[in-house]
Write a protein that binds this ligand. Structure first.
Ligand SMILES: [Zn+2]
Length: 529
């Protein structure tokens, strides 16, 4: 049963309903085949019952609701557990026939699914997120579902039936779900019912907003950004996938793109933050691709910059300034103040317990009372302290900017923001609708009056070191066991081994896999007697 598993690869794909997964997985398979891999595609939706007489709309909607229902009963990583089971049982037969097996898993829809696969399979698992332009997604879905003359009223009827079958509460009405997602429907009256239904499905897939199902529903936003590699579904998909596979197989002459390098720098800056919430980092880069400033989110000190420890073990001196950071003060003012507001309102309006909870949920997104300087602002101020101009520069930030930073970035003359993680509290999109253009590969010069917000592409900072660290052994050719000073010739062939598996510890994940399948972790107590 454990034949040929040491070269196993698991590749998880995350992307929206509008992504052409066949196209992406065929492309990956094509390149893996060159490395002698047998490719097995695992579709999570294969576990779903097929319902007869479903229209395309109801089939699609049913899949989402059924997936959510199962997560509600069995936990948010339920579908990843199913995948692990599938791999475990498929392996028995496949490993007799093939020396190298790659499993392509499509498609991941929430963070917990991705995390479980990553925890179980470690470096053998790689997650790829696929970005598809909204217009392209709508077109693709339109073709796939061919909704014909389906009206919103009919669709709502089908939804009600599905929800009663699955014993789920009534879903939000389509119009308000679309609005909540922030689609600009200024042309509401002209938009056809079918177009609205497509938008509804796309938004539900990206992020479930139904208050009761939110916790268990699909949340592509949160899953998408923690992947290891990001591709853009455009005409250069083939080149992007080829590069991904080359990197996976240790191409010794692959170098990071500017984007990958600067996002890695932004992530490094983020790790300096001791903020009590998330760690955010940013770097500002000029048009010559020179890094001109950096910042991270934390409390600033008088005289400029941030507080920092001076308690490095090699120095005698300790903190040179009285440290005023939140963790030293032992509270986060924003949380404390929001609590105060909620208590005051609750008291004045005599709110019940449940109403108080609603109130707290509503004001949770307010960030204005943080003492920390945000990373973007910190980077701008870093530049200003040293007299470095930032007009026309790009800022790389590991999290989508908040509305406050956005207005400062606009004021500073920064023309492009490249971001990695989403930030749902940010109102930037709505507040500066006429000033921000979201998209990829936009020509800045052709967009006067706009600041460009661009999602990150390429190798995530979480795989940067593993992907680009190299040693000279792999770069120098060996002749009779000795280096002859020439660069090694490299191409993928039947003998290629993925970089992550170079120092192989065969079978190391089998016990973790087994634990998931049997729904419990092995009893470790015998080791600690
Ligand atoms: Zn901010």
């Amino acid at each position: 049963m454990l034949n040929n598993i040491e070269n196993e690869l698991m590749i998880g794909l995350a992307g929206g309903l509008g992504v052409d997964f066949d196209l992406v997985s065929n492309e990956i398979a094509k390149h893996l085949t060159k490395a002698g891999y047998h490719v097995e595609v695992i579709r999570i939706a294969d576990n779903f019952l097929q319902r007869k007489k479903d229209s395309n709309f109801s089939a699609c909607y049913w899949k989402m609701q059924y997936g959510t229902k199962q997560r509600q009963i069995n936990g948010n990583d339920f579908w990843a557990k199913k995948v692990i089971n599938k791999i475990f049982s498929a392996r028995q037969e496949l490993s007799q026939k093939y020396k190298k097996i790659a499993y392509i898993i499509r498609s991941l829809k929430n963070k917990q699914e991705l995390e479980l696969l990553s925890n179980v399979y470690g470096r053998n698992f790689t997650a790829i997120s696929i970005f598809s332009e909204q217009e392209v997604s709508l077109k693709f879905l339109d073709k796939k579902l061919s909704l014909g003359r389906l009206t919103i009223t009919d669709a709502q009827q089908q939804m009600r039936q599905i929800n009663s079958e699955l014993q789920l509460s009534v879903d939000m009405d389509i119009q308000s779900a679309i609005e909540l997602f922030g689609y600009d429907l200024a042309d509401n009256n002209k938009t056809s019912d079918q177009q609205k239904l497509l938008r509804f499905l796309l938004s539900k897939d990206q992020e479930e907003t139904h208050p009761e199902l939110k916790k268990y529903g699909q949340n592509l936003f949160k899953c998408y950004s923690i992947a290891n590699y990001f591709v853009y579904q455009n005409k250069n998909l083939t080149r992007q996938i080829k590069r991904f596979v080359d990197l996976l197989f240790n191409d010794p002459f692959a170098e990071p793109t500017f984007e990958e390098y600067f996002m890695f720098c932004a992530q490094a800056a983020a790790y300096r933050s001791l903020d009590l919430d998330r760690q955010v980092g940013a770097v500002i880069v000029n048009s010559e691709h020179e890094l001109v400033a950096s910042g991270f989110n934390d409390v600033s000190k008088v005289g400029g910059g941030h507080f920092a420890h001076h308690d490095h073990p090699i120095y005698d001196i300790k903190e040179q300034q009285v440290d005023q950071r939140d963790f030293k003060q032992e509270y986060d003012y924003n949380h404390k103040y929001l609590d105060q507001i909620a208590n005051n309102i609750a008291k004045k309006l005599h709110l019940e317990q449940q109403e108080q909870a609603v109130l707290r949920e509503e004001i949770r997104g307010i960030t204005e009372f943080k003492r920390s300087t945000h990373a973007e602002m910190s980077a701008l101020l870093d530049a200003s302290r040293r007299g470095v101009a930032v007009r026309g520069c790009t800022i790389y930030v590991n999290t989508y900017p908040c509305h406050t930073c956005t207005k400062h970035l606009i004021a500073s003359g920064i023309t492009k923001v490249v971001f990695l993680h989403p930030y749902t509290k940010s109102k930037a999109r709505e507040m500066y609708l006429g000033m921000i253009k979201h998209g990829l590969l936009l020509d800045e010069a052709a967009q006067p009056g706009f600041i460009i917000f661009e999602p990150f592409l390429g190798v995530s900072p979480n795989r940067f070191i593993l992907t680009f660290a190299n040693d000279k052994d792999t770069r120098l050719e060996l002749e009779n066991g000795r280096e002859n000073g020439k660069p090694t010739a490299w191409e993928i062939n039947e003998n290629s081994i993925p970089r992550a598996l170079k120092e192989r510890r065969p079978h190391y994940y089998i016990c973790r896999e087994w634990a998931i399948i049997n729904n419990n972790l092995p009893d470790m107590s015998t080791f600690y007697r």
